[in-house]
Every structure is written in C-alpha cells, then in structure tokens.
Design a protein around this ligand. Structure first.
Ligand code: SAH
Ligand code: SF4
Ligand code: F3S
Length: 491
C-alpha cells in the first residue's frame, strides 16, 4: 500500500466550462504528484467542482457534503473542498452550512489550488480563495490583455491519461456581461474577458499535435469574442478561421452563442470551412416577447426567427440546439404556448429545457415573483420536451438509408457494461486506450457496439472494432430513435 502519494477524488457538476476547469485542475494536481481515485473512500482530498445555475444543482452538492460528515469523523485528516461557482456565489455561507469543509475556491482562483491545498494541510484551518473583484466592470477591449493563469500553467493536459484526447475544449473567453435577469453566471464567473487569439490557437495546436481530432471552443456568449491585436479587433469569425487552419484538425465546434449582436461573418465561415461543424447551440429561452424582455435577453422573437432563417440560408442543413426556461416569473399559459410555437417553427435538432429556479442576488430575485407553481413548471417542461421529441424523431427518421460521417468516440454504454460483465474490465472511452486495440472482441454483438457523433452532433450507434475508435467512419443509418441513430459501417 502506497501511503506516499496523496490521492484525490474530484466530481464535476455543471457546464462544459466546469468540465474543462476540472481537466485543467487535474493536470495540475497530477503534476504535483497527486493520484486520482474514483471513490471518496480512498481519497485524502475530496473535491466537488460545482454549479450554481439552478437550486437543484446546489442541493445535490450540499447533500453530498452532508454525507461526508461521517468521513471527516472517521478520518479527520481528509481535506474536503468546494470548487467553482457555488464557492464564488455562497462564499462563507458554505462554511456555515458545512462546518466540516476545509476549502472553498472560486473558478477564477483554481490556478492556485495546489498551493491552497498545501496551506490547508499545513495550517489545518479553513481557507477561502474567492475573486472579490468579480463585479468590476471596465470596457471590453481594456480587459482583453488579461492572462489566463489556469491555461498558462497547464502543460500536462495533453499527456494526462485521464483526459479525453480525441475531443477537447478550449476556452476562448471567461465570464459574461449579459446579466440576463435570472442568471447567476455573471456573478460567479465575473465579467467577459476574451483570451488573446495566439494563446487560443497555440493551445488548440498543442492538443491536435497530441492526437485531438475535434475541438470545441467555449464561451458563455462565444460569438461576442473580441480581442485587440496590432491596433485592430480580432472577432469570433476570424478566430474560427485561424483555429480551422490547424493541420490535422478534423472538426471544430463552438458553444454557446448569444442571439443578439450576431455577426454574419460567422455564418460565412460555417459555410465555407468544412471543418467547422454545421451545428449551432443558440438558446432562445422563451418564445414570448414579454418574457424575453423580463429576462433582459435584448432580442425579440421576430429577430431570433430571422436569425435562424439566415442561418439556414448560409448553411441549409444546419443543426440548431436551443435552451428554454419554462415557468419564468409571470409566464402565462399563452406565453408558454408562444414558446411551443417557436420550437415547432425552428425545428431544433435538440433542446435543453429548464424549470425556472430563482437565484439569490439576481435581478429577477429582487424584482420579480417566482409565481408559476412547481406542478405547472413540470407540466410545461414535459410538454416542451414531448414536442421536441416528435421533431427529433422525424428529423432522424429522414436520415434512414443515408450515410453519415461519424467520429468514433468509443464503446457504447451497453458495450462497456457487457464488457465489464465479461472480463471485469472497464474499457476506456478514449483513443488513448491503445491496449484495447490488441484485445480480442467477444462474439456478443452488444460488446462490439461503438458510439460516435456526426458533424451535426447526432449520436450514432453501430457495430465495429476497437480499431475504429478515434477514427472518422461512414455509417449507413438503418433506424432511429428521438435521441440516437443506429446503423452499419459502410466503408
Ligand atoms: N451562457 C449560456 C448559458 C449558460 S447557463 C447562454 O446564455 O446561452 C445554461 C442554461 O441554463 C441557460 O441557457 C438557461 O436556459 C438555463 N438557466 C440559467 N439560469 C437559470 C435559472 N435561474 N433557472 C433555470 N434555468 C436557468
Ligand atoms: Fe447567463 Fe445570460 Fe450570460 Fe448566458 S448570456 S451566461 S444566460 S447572463
Ligand atoms: Fe453552472 Fe457555473 Fe457553468 S453556474 S452552468 S458551472 S458557469
């Protein structure tokens, strides 16, 4: 038993930003000699990278923290930390709710984590690392020069065995300036700051050199990216072109787009550069102008629809994904019907639907009532998902008989289950699992089931071998469900 190396357990909640932050944090911890374990039972450090976007997300973490009281009683040396948005939002209140907590660290301070952990281990007193200047607001361009300590520190992400090398996230901006009235993100992640384009391209190139085939650029409002360079402004369309030009990259995606202040050049790049996937995640949030105004989304339904039409003029087969909040303050049955109408009209590829959750400190919390009953929220949530499910199924059935290009991510969930039942081993989902290539696949079809995505982000399941993992293959579609295409390898 090796008691030399400290072990850590890290569980991630929330959006892609948090997934990326966790990868970067893990790279740093491993560079400091820490070893990851998959159970809190075996961990010297237990950390949660948290999300505050809805109360439900916070409740999950609070309940996990509650369970750890026992651990702390039995093993008082264990260090327990809350990282990310909940730390920044709740600040010292977290210590009040969970007195056995040792560390809180906001998203802007994660680059200091190894030092903070050492501090806690030595002093045995709780430590809080928060960014108190988060509400500071200066002009966009002035902020552009800020460095990104977490990414600059990161040297290990590309060699870290736990990272998924086939597909990677690259941050292009931090924070958000939109202050939608319901949303906590500007308070937890601070003002919008774009990274220098050269830094982004370098990081992407490093990932591609290490075997990455698909890059997703991340920002809360990714299309508002702007950074000064040689006396002019580099905007998002130009950044896309520059990342697109990296040799060896197969696919380029970006999330999330904000419908206002759209720059048509982005559609032009999507049309003209085949590596840029025909996929756009562009939340509308509501189909009612009155609600959009109360949310401070700064566009109307007609403007949003016009933008979707323009998207389809440039990229006729574009796959659109949307977010909607149901049961926002004052949402009437008619307002909700307008949302249903919008969803039917746009014909999204997929939808994320959320029940409105009041966030303390937001404008909606201060000035609007949470007046839609929980049952009505749940009902609207289900209704909207049912409407989308019909649309999704119809779209996918139209692909039956056609051939789609799939980037193979690994074995499907069912295959991994079958395989772990067969030989007690979990097959890794990454291209790095070289050892899988040699292993004999069993004859059971389920255990040969692979999964990947098309450029339109359609999940596709088919039979193949470990050799296919990490490659682009063509799959002939022979059936479809609302969420998945099923088929056979065609080449
Ligand atoms: N920056 C992205 C989304 C960030 S949060 C954007 O603006 O599109 C992800 C989604 O969570 C949002 O699109 C919204 O639909 C939902 N969301 C945010 N705050 C919420 C709240 N208070 N209650 C319910 N859903 C919320
Ligand atoms: Fe939140 Fe609005 Fe910013 Fe998205 S754009 S992160 S919903 S404030
Ligand atoms: Fe959640 Fe923070 Fe992302 S609040 S959605 S983890 S930016």
């Amino acid at each position: 038993m090796d008691r030399q190396a400290l072990t850590y357990f890290l569980e991630t909640f929330g959006c892609q930003m948090n997934v990326l932050d966790s990868q970067l944090v893990e790279g740093q911890l491993q560079a400091h000699g820490l070893r990851r374990v998959s159970s809190t039972r075996d961990a010297d450090l237990i950390m949660f990278n948290t999300c505050s976007v809805r109360q439900h997300a916070e409740d999950k973490v609070l309940s996990r923290l509650g369970e750890l009281k026992r651990v702390k009683l039995h093993r008082p040396d264990t260090i327990i930390g809350v990282l990310g948005c909940m730390a920044e939002r709740m600040k010292n209140e977290l210590f009040e709710q969970a007195p056995h907590l040792d560390l809180i660290c906001g998203p802007g301070e994660l680059f200091r984590l190894p030092e903070l952990l050492a501090d806690v281990a030595e002093s045995r007193t709780p430590v809080a690392a928060l960014t108190d200047s988060l509400s500071r607001r200066t002009s966009k361009v002035n902020r552009g020069h800020e460095v990104d300590p977490l990414e600059v520190l990161d040297q290990s992400r590309t060699t870290d065995v736990s990272a998924n090398v086939l597909q990677a996230y690259v941050r292009v901006q931090r924070g958000c300036d939109k202050f939608c009235t319901y949303c906590v993100v500007p308070f937890t992640r601070g003002p919008e700051r774009s990274r220098p384009p050269a830094q982004i391209v370098d990081e992407a190139r490093r990932l591609v050199d290490a075997g990455c085939r698909e890059i997703t650029l991340l920002g809360q409002t990714v299309n508002s990216y702007v950074h000064p360079e040689d006396g002019r402004a580099v905007r998002f369309a130009e950044l896309l072109e520059r990342v697109n030009d990296i040799d060896g990259l197969d696919r380029l995606r970006f999330v999330t787009s904000f419908p206002a202040d759209w720059d048509e050049d982005i559609f032009r790049v999507m049309r003209d550069y085949p590596r840029v996937c025909p996929y756009l995640h562009i939340p509308a949030q509501s189909g009612s102008d009155r609600i959009l105004k109360a949310m401070k989304r700064t566009y109307t339904v007609a403007e949003y629809l016009r933008l979707m039409d323009t998207a389809r003029e440039y990229v006729p087969d574009i796959a659109l994904a949307g977010d909607f909040i149901v049961g926002f303050s004052g949402e009437t049955a008619d307002n909700f019907q307008s949302t249903v109408d919008l969803v039917r009209r746009v014909e999204y590829k997929s939808l994320f639907v959320f029940k409105y959750s009041v966030r303390p400190g937001t404008a909606a919390d201060r000035s609007q009532l949470d007046d839609v009953p929980a049952e009505i929220k749940a009902q609207r949530n289900n209704e909207l998902l049912a409407v989308q499910s019909e649309i999704s199924l119809r779209q996918k059935q139209a692909l039956v008989g056609q051939t789609v290009e799939v980037l193979v991510e690994g074995y499907s969930k069912a295959a991994r289950k079958a395989r772990s039942a067969n030989n007690g081993e979990l097959v890794q989902l990454t291209v790095q699992s070289e050892q899988d290539r040699g292993s004999e696949a069993t004859r059971e079809p389920l255990s040969n089931q692979l999964v990947g995505r098309t450029p339109h982000d359609l999940i596709t399941v088919f039979n193949g071998t470990a050799d296919h993992i990490g490659r682009l293959v063509h799959v002939r579609v022979d059936s479809a469900s609302p969420l998945t295409l099923f088929g056979q390898i065609a080449d």
